[in-house]
Ligand binder design. Structure first.
Ligand code: SF4
Length: 348
C-alpha cells in the first residue's frame, strides 16, 4: 500500500467528503459515516482506535491521512479545583484551556488563537504575538479534554463553555463557528448553544455579522471601561473600534437577537475605579437588558495593573443595581496555578 507524501488532515473533511472518498476507493459510502463518528463523537486519537473498521482500511487511512489531535502537555490543579491545561498542537505551538468548577457547573474556558493580534495591556497573551488561528478541531479537542477531566475529577460532564482563553474569537470567526457547530451537533458533543458564550473584546463588524447569522450562543463583551480615552489606554485597538461603533453594533445585535448582553469588567486601582467610570458604564449598557460580571483580576507578573479595593467594587455593585443592571462579582480562580489568560503558555 502506498503512503502519501503529504498526508491530509482528515478532520478537515466534512461527512459528505468522507463518504465520497470511500466511494472513490470502491468502498461503501457508509464507511465515511463510521469514520466521521470515530473522529468527532468518539474523539479517536488514532486510526488504530477505530475498531469497527477493518485492519486494511485503517492502514489505508493511516497511509493517506493524519489526525492532528491536541496533546495536554502539562496539567495544573489549583487548590480551588480549577484545572489548567497547556495544550500542545501538532506543530508544537502551545495554547491553554481552563476548567472552572463551581458547586453546580463546570465551565471550560478555551482558546481560539495561538497568541493574539490585539494588545490589551493587562493581558499576558498580548505579549505573545499572534502566530496562527486554531483550526475547528483544535478548539473542539480542548473542549473534549476538559469534558473528560470534568467527568474524571468531578464526576459530571462539562456544563458550559466560554471562549475567553487565548485569542480574540471574532478574529477567527469561521473556525470558531465550525467548532461550535461540532460541539452542539448530535454528531459531536450535542451540547446546547445556550451553554456557550463567545467573549469578545468588541469587533463591531463581526458582532453585526453574528446578529445577521442569528447565532444561538451567547455574547459577552470584555468592556473594562466605557470611556474612550481610558479604554484606548488599556485596550489600544479601541482607537479603531471605538465605543460608539461597539455600542451601535451591540444595539443591532440586541434588535436582532433580543438576547441579553453580558459585559466582562475588571476594576483596577487608579484606572477605572471612580464614580465617573461606573456612571459611564451605566450609560453605555442601559439600552438593553445587561449583566455586568465584575471579575477579580489575576495579576500578571510585573504588577502594573492592580485589582481595585473593595470599596470601589461596592460602589460599582451599588450603582449598577440602583440602575437595574444585573451585576455579579466573580472571584478569580486558580490563583496558585497562573490561571490568568496566557500565563501558562508564556512560561512553556
Ligand atoms: S484580553 Fe483577549 S483580546 Fe485582549 S490581548 Fe488578551 S487574548 Fe487578546
Amino acid at each position: 500500500m502506498e503512503v502519501a507524501k503529504n498526508k491530509r488532515d482528515i478532520r478537515a473533511f466534512t461527512k459528505d467528503q468522507l463518504r465520497s472518498f470511500f466511494e472513490s476507493q470502491g468502498d461503501k459510502a457508509f464507511r465515511g459515516n463510521q469514520v466521521y463518528e470515530w473522529l468527532w463523537q468518539k474523539s479517536a486519537h488514532t486510526f488504530e482506535d477505530m475498531t469497527n473498521i477493518s485492519k486494511e482500511t485503517r492502514q489505508m487511512l493511516e497511509n493517506n491521512f493524519v489526525i492532528n489531535h491536541i496533546k495536554v502537555d502539562q496539567m495544573q490543579r489549583s487548590s480551588d479545583g480549577t484545572i489548567k491545561n497547556a495544550v500542545r498542537l501538532h506543530d508544537d505551538l502551545i495554547v491553554e484551556s481552563v476548567l472552572i468548577p463551581t458547586k453546580t457547573r463546570t465551565t471550560a474556558c478555551v482558546s481560539s488563537q495561538v497568541g493574539c493580534s490585539l494588545d490589551c495591556k493587562f493581558c499576558a497573551t498580548s505579549r505573545l504575538k499572534r502566530m496562527r488561528n486554531l483550526n475547528p478541531d483544535e478548539i473542539y479537542d480542548q473542549v473534549v479534554a476538559i469534558d473528560n477531566e470534568s467527568r474524571l475529577y468531578f464526576d459530571r460532564p462539562l456544563s458550559n463553555i466560554v471562549f475567553m482563553g487565548m485569542g480574540e474569537p471574532l478574529m477567527n470567526y469561521n473556525n470558531v463557528l465550525k467548532a461550535i457547530d461540532k460541539i452542539t451537533s448530535p454528531e459531536g458533543m450535542g451540547m446546547s448553544p445556550k451553554r456557550i458564550t463567545v467573549s469578545t473584546s468588541g469587533v463591531p463588524k463581526m458582532i453585526r455579522k453574528m446578529a445577521d447569522e442569528e447565532v444561538k450562543f451567547k455574547l459577552a463583551v470584555s468592556l473594562h471601561s466605557a470611556i474612550d480615552e481610558i479604554r484606548t489606554s488599556i485596550m489600544p485597538f479601541n482607537a479603531t473600534f471605538t465605543l460608539a461603533d461597539l455600542r451601535e453594533a451591540l444595539e443591532y445585535w440586541f434588535q436582532k437577537t433580543k438576547s441579553r448582553i453580558t459585559y466582562e469588567y475588571v476594576v483596577w486601582d487608579g484606572i477605572n475605579d471612580t464614580q465617573k467610570d461606573v456612571n459611564a458604564l451605566v450609560e453605555f449598557c442601559r439600552f438593553a437588558p445587561s449583566k455586568v460580571n465584575l471579575i477579580e483580576y489575576n495579576p500578571i507578573d510585573d504588577g502594573e495593573f492592580r485589582q481595585a479595593n473593595n470599596a470601589a467594587i461596592e460602589m460599582y455593585v451599588n450603582t449598577l443595581e440602583r440602575n437595574g443592571i444585573t451585576v455579579t462579582v466573580r472571584r478569580s480562580r486558580g490563583k496558585d496555578i497562573d490561571a490568568a489568560c496566557g500565563q501558562l503558555a508564556n512560561k512553556s
